[in-house]
Design a protein around this ligand. Sequence first.
Ligand code: GLN
Length: 280
Amino acid sequence: MNIYSAIVDGAKILKNKYILNPFLDSEILLAEALNKNRKYILLNPLKKIHKEDLIKFENLIKKRSNREPIAQIINKKFFWNSEFYVTNDTLIPRPDTELIVEYALKLTKYKNKLRVLDIGIGSGCILLSILKSKKDFYGTGIDVNKNCINITRKNAVKLEVNSRLKLVKSDVDKFFQGKYDLVVSNPPYIKRYLIRNLEKEVAIFEPRIALDGGLDGLSEIRKVINKTSELIKKNGKFILEIGYDQKNKVIKLLKKEGFYINSTLKDLAKNDRCIVCTKI
Ligand code: GLN
């Protein structure tokens, strides 16, 4: 069997299972099975595949057929400027969340030595992307899941920002350390009863704790806002990711805690996705 026919066979299996991008996924999984990049796969279509590698590939295709996300199968996801190590403990970094990084960098373009806090750090994608661009910023990340702390640490070493990063395993409401110039967070904000309606990739395979915002979707957002209000410096900036229908309610909560709303940002699908505000 050569590379090209393996990709076609894999894509057929995925297509029959209604996977959205069967050909692309098949290519990525074959590259993974062969321990090569996609460029190699595309440049060597007629190369023969060893039996063991083919078996590896078939197993990966089986996983994807069961709707396991590609990022979890290959333990990698590209976000902003870097590739992040991810597992089923971390929410898979999403392009929509790059909005937070984009705005954080815009707002701090002429700033030095800021202290940045990321509440619910997951894979570290938001905070580490900021630290990688801003070489004299210091980061603190908290997460309730110890595995996320370890995963972020590993990513920080890879991105060479580890010396400027402090990580604490903590619940948001039990964390009391420091004062910050900038706070970022992508908390869980899906209404609990709606999680099962999300696509299987998310509902079954992604960490529930990173999605579940309680009955009204706002229970973690409330905690994050209260904690940020406590730990942010006067005039500090706060960038928060929210659900597409939560803008008005979240703005109310923010105003009550003494934040001035600078702007709300729309994601690629034109949904309200982030709120940028300032502590007054
Ligand atoms: N944006 C994610 C989704 O589409 C949810 C992430 C979150 O709850 N923070 O499922």
